[in-house]
Design a protein around this ligand. Structure first.
Ligand SMILES: [Zn+2]
Length: 89
């Protein structure tokens, strides 16, 4: 839903800020973003150590969950990530 408006807002600014990076972090790690969005996030991570650390801790959580004998992430993954995001505020 509102994702297209959100994307337009991002592209108009030509850059994304920390809340946007964190909001898209699960999609970023699940490789569920457009290449252009990935590029912007990667660019942000290079200049923002706090988001880089955030993504890194999220990635290790997902790696941990990836060891489960399921090919798809469990339905609780998104909630786990959301909890992580909330706790880092
Ligand atoms: Zn940031």
């Amino acid at each position: 839903m509102g994702i297209k408006r959100w994307m337009r807002k991002i592209f108009r600014r030509g850059e994304i800020d920390c809340p946007q990076v964190r909001g898209m972090s699960s999609d970023f790690l699940e490789d569920d973003l457009r290449p252009s969005s990935r590029t912007m996030i990667n660019a942000h991570l290079r200049i923002c150590p706090s988001c880089a650390a955030f993504i890194k801790s999220l990635a290790s959580t997902i790696t941990l969950l990836g060891r489960l004998p399921k090919s798809k992430p469990p339905p609780t993954l998104k909630r786990t990530i959301r909890d992580l995001i909330e706790n880092r505020k």
